[in-house]
Design a protein around this ligand. Structure first.
Ligand code: ADP
Ligand code: MG
Ligand code: ZN
Length: 482
């Protein structure tokens, strides 16, 4: 029998608020010495009382709106009880039956096919402390405890590892566009839990047994663990053995999933309402205000580039993958419009030369020295015949290194294209004199040789000759001396 994987993801994202979820400690703890961003509240001292971070609530609702969720008029925080040394209070403040949002969706583009993935809920909770196991001791850093953590729970709508990957990338992209999370997996700002089951291909029913893989700290880990687990379950089913409902971990080093808890050992979190926090009343006016202030989101932006600038879907996707690049392109395209340069040409320079230079020098877009408006200036120089494409690429490299304007660089280095016949004729004459055999071949009707002769002129002028003019002059010269 053929089996189809069913995947549901729970994605955790740290929010970019200034302070933590329930106290005034700074949430920006990256690189800080351990236990320096702490106070009685996030240390879980008895008697301390939490206060809700309004920005964290707004970021969560904004995210939910971007995923087309419903925002119920009331929300509530609950205590999720379990015991682990990283949990300072012995419970985590989370949301159980009244989350900030539910029933949304996101569209992913899988090799040209659009797929809808349901979002069950987006809710808010707090992050835990961080344990480090060093030399037989377990050390605890409480800086992370209480950082606002948003959880996005999908419906079990994904049916391949690739869909799970694209879905995760899409979430990350939207969070970054919204500015609510860095999505930086290296810093642990985005983490995954994958729920996986298999069902007979073509079946619409969900399997009642599923495996949950916890603590996947990167997209890479999620992808590998999910692939491994699908494989493990299909082998069991093919061998006629049952798949056991359980919670698993991912062993990064060995590349295998392992049992953490079976169904019998499943934890009962004894959720109950957080008595120290009021219910949240989410007014319609507040929601509509947030909705009206949502920035343009990636899908919208991509469609705009295709529709208004004539970019291919592929280029539009590449350019909108990162908000910073999309913004850079926007500014470049605006300047191009004023110079009557095509936005498409700007896109080509960005996805071609700029991306290559950025990659070679490991430069992020924020650190690129070329002001976006200069790209169309360079293209205008090419369009006007002042620069050949080859030279323009050299100029672009220098712009990338020094941040100089194209006009400056061309002037300083004397790179302008030679479009003046008077200056080119001597070069053409020399090339003809030095290449009797090709010239003879050309006379005998081998027109392809012309390209070679033009190439010689380009070489002699270090790329500065206007190639069309060079070709004309070569033809004239050969014909006039027939
Ligand atoms: P819990 O409350 O125990 O975490 P939920 O029913 O809320 O369980 O589901 C958690 C995640 O598991 C969701 O992302 C959901 O899409 C996914 N899920 C539910 N059923 C299945 C299934 N049969 N196969 C794969 N994933 C599933
Ligand atoms: Mg779960
Ligand atoms: Zn604190």
């Amino acid at each position: 029998m053929e089996y189809e994987p069913v995947i549901g993801l729970e994605v955790h994202a740290q929010l970019l608020t200034c302070s933590k979820m329930f106290c005034g400690c700074s949430a920006d703890y990256a690189g800080a010495p351990p236990n320096t961003h702490v106070c009685p509240i996030c240390l879980g001292m008895p008697g301390s009382l939490p206060i809700i971070n309004q920005t964290a609530v707004e970021y969560t609702i904004r995210t939910a709106l971007a995923f087309h969720c419903e925002i119920p008029p009331y929300a509530k925080f609950d205590r999720k009880n379990y015991h682990y040394p990283d949990l300072m209070k012995g419970y985590q403040i989370s949301q159980y039956d009244l989350p900030l949002s539910r029933n949304g969706q996101v569209l992913i583009d899988d090799a040209g096919a659009t797929k809808r993935i349901g979002i069950r809920r987006v809710h808010l909770e707090e992050d835990t402390a961080k344990l480090a196991h060093i030399d037989g001791a377990s050390l605890i850093d409480v800086n992370r405890a209480g950082v606002p953590l948003m959880e996005i729970v999908s419906e079990p709508d994904m049916h391949s590892v690739e869909e799970a990957r694209l879905y995760s990338l899409k979430l990350r992209q939207v969070l970054r566009y919204l500015g609510v999370s860095s999505g930086d997996m290296e810093k642990g700002a985005m983490r995954f839990e994958a729920n996986i089951s298999l069902r007979p291909a073509g079946s619409q029913a969900l399997s009642t047994t599923r495996v949950e893989i916890k603590n996947l700290n990167s997209l890479r880990a999620m992808v590998h663990a999910t692939a491994f687990e699908i494989d493990r379950q299909s082998k069991l089913l093919r061998a006629g053995q049952p798949v056991e409902q359980q919670t698993m971990g991912w062993d990064e080093v060995r590349g295998v999933t392992y049992t953490q808890r079976t169904k019998e050992e499943a934890e009962d979190y004894r959720y109950f309402p957080e008595p120290d926090l009021p219910h949240l009343e989410v007014s319609r006016a507040w929601v509509e205000n947030m909705r009206s202030r949502l920035p343009p989101l990636p899908d919208e932006k991509r469609d705009h580039l295709v529709r208004d600038y004539g970019l291919s879907l592929y280029d539009a996707n590449v350019i909108t993958a990162e908000k910073e690049i999309a913004d850079y392109f926007d500014r470049a395209a605006e300047a191009a419009h004023a110079r009557q340069v095509e936005a498409k040409a700007v896109a080509n320079w960005i996805t071609g030369e700029l991306f290559r230079l950025m990659k070679d020098s490991a430069t992020e877009i924020e650190a690129v020295k070329i002001p976006p408006v200069q790209i169309s200036e360079l293209i205008a120089l090419v369009n006007s015949g002042m620069l050949s494409t080859t030279i323009a690429k050299q100029v672009f490299e220098e712009m990338f290194v020094s941040g100089g304007t194209p006009a400056e660089i061309v002037r300083k280095r004397g790179l302008a294209q030679i479009s003046d016949a008077g200056a080119l004729v001597p070069v053409v004459e020399r090339v003809i004199a030095e290449n009797p055999q090709p010239v003879q071949d050309y006379r005998a009707g081998k027109e392809a040789v012309l390209k070679f002769l033009v190439g010689q002129v380009m070489r002699a002028t270090r790329g500065q000759a206007n190639p069309t003019l060079a070709a004309d002059l070569i033809k004239q010269k050969i014909e006039s001396t027939r």
